[in-house]
Design a protein around this ligand. Structure first.
Ligand code: ADP
Ligand code: MG
Length: 374
């Protein structure tokens, strides 16, 4: 089932006289497509959980509308929306076994939805097999690992076959290896059930790797939506460019002059015209080509071996952060005794942004047309 937020705003009233209202979500306008896994991505406090709770019905929108399919559910209570919820802390009932935890939502069904004991048991076992906790049915939560507990929590959210599955940072309490493994599991479960799933995370790597679509938020405002790769390749603003990607994009002060882009005195790209002379330049780590007579000169700091690739760490007076990380194939040899290193730049990996508001400035070619990817 698709879920649509139509210009949804959530204001929390200020608690004291002097502090303003908090606008946790500001005019959120987006259609979560049917059967997909969509990541809501952004830093802590940007309004992800609030958005999720507006979908679940645990919070009421101050303005705007929420639709499930074509039905307006804005005024519908949470328990009637048919959503499954999973939070960061698994919140299993500690005194109940895995089986009883998974059965719990079914035992509360009333009226026409009421199930017989046998039906409930077979449903619970089917879901337990799906999330692979079927061998642990008689254990209590404290006898499970974090990853297993989280899978039980997902089973409990799925057992009623919700129309929408909402996951709020479900992996945050797991250690790194389990996090990787569990996110693959979530992806598999979502693909098998085809339940529209909204996955909240502050971890861009997590969002990029498992979702069909990402929604990047900042300060309650949606910054950009799209396929993960599309958003990475074509960020609409500096915030999105910096939020996505490891190592992060490197950022410089730059100047556009006579059809060329300069970083300091280095002329790094030709065929660039922009209305603004002074720009912010972002270069993805894979946008650097090591070259002895390369256009951009940086001070060499160190080289980190990463196996297939190497990471050249350098610095530049016009860079906004101390380190510039460029990822190049390990076939390249870097002479670490040298003081400087030079790069040419891959045009499609270089982005220009407005110095004031961070908005993307598109390159325009000399012919006057706007290029697709730069
Ligand atoms: P995220 O999940 O992205 O970390 P939240 O949605 O939890 O962010 O919070 C967004 C903003 O709304 C934050 O500034 C937070 O302090 C504020 N906020 C969240 N819930 C409440 C509430 N019940 N009362 C007042 N402010 C809240
Ligand atoms: Mg949150």
């Amino acid at each position: 089932m698709k879920v649509t937020l139509e210009n949804v705003t959530k204001k929390f009233p200020s608690r004291t006289k002097n502090s303003p209202d908090v606008i946790a979500v500001n005019k959120f306008d987006f259609e979560f497509p049917d059967g997909k896994l969509i990541a809501l991505l952004g830093p802590s406090g940007c309004g992800k959980s609030t958005t999720l709770n507006l979908i679940s019905g645990l919070l009421k929108a101050t303005e705007g509308k929420v639709f499930f399919g074509d039905d307006d559910v804005t005024e519908l209570a949470a328990e009637k929306r048919g959503v499954g919820l999973v939070f960061q802390n698994y919140a299993l009932y500690p005194h109940l076994t895995v089986r009883q935890n998974i059965l719990f939502p079914l035992q509360n069904l009333r009226g026409k939805d009421k199930m017989s004991k046998a039906e409930m048991n077979s449903k619970a076992e089917e879901i337990a097999r799906l999330v692979q906790v079927d061998k642990l049915m008689e254990r209590k939560p404290n006898e499970l690992s974090g990853g297993q507990q989280q899978r039980v929590a997902i089973a409990r959210a799925l057992v009623k076959m919700p129309k929408v599955l909402l996951l709020d940072e479900p992996l945050s309490n797991l250690d790194a290896r389990l996090r990787l493994q569990t996110r693959e599991e979530i992806r598999r479960i979502q693909k098998e059930t085809r339940i529209t799933t909204v996955f909240v995370t502050h971890d861009q790597d997590e969002a990029m790797s498992i979702s069909d679509m990402i929604v990047v938020m900042r300060d309650g405002v949606v910054q950009q939506t799209g396929l993960p790769q599309e958003v990475y390749d074509n960020p609409d603003n500096l915030f999105v460019a910096q939020f996505l990607g490891t190592p992060p994009i490197s950022v410089f002060d730059g100047t556009v002059k006579d059809g060329s882009l300069y970083i300091g005195n280095d002329k790094v790209l030709d065929g660039v015209c922009a209305d603004n002379a002074n720009v912010t330049v972002g270069i993805r780590p894979e946008g650097y080509i090591l070259k002895e007579d390369g256009a951009l000169c940086c001070k060499l700091r160190t080289v980190e071996v990463m196996g297939r690739d190497i990471s050249v760490v350098s610095s530049n007076d016009f860079a906004k952060s101390a380190d510039i990380r460029s990822i190049i194939s390990s076939e390249n040899k870097v002479d670490t005794s040298k003081e400087y290193v030079r790069f040419n730049l891959r045009r499609e990996k270089v982005f220009l942004f407005d110095k004031e508001n961070g908005k993307r400035i598109r390159f325009c070619s000399e012919k006057g047309g706007v290029e697709n990817n730069g």
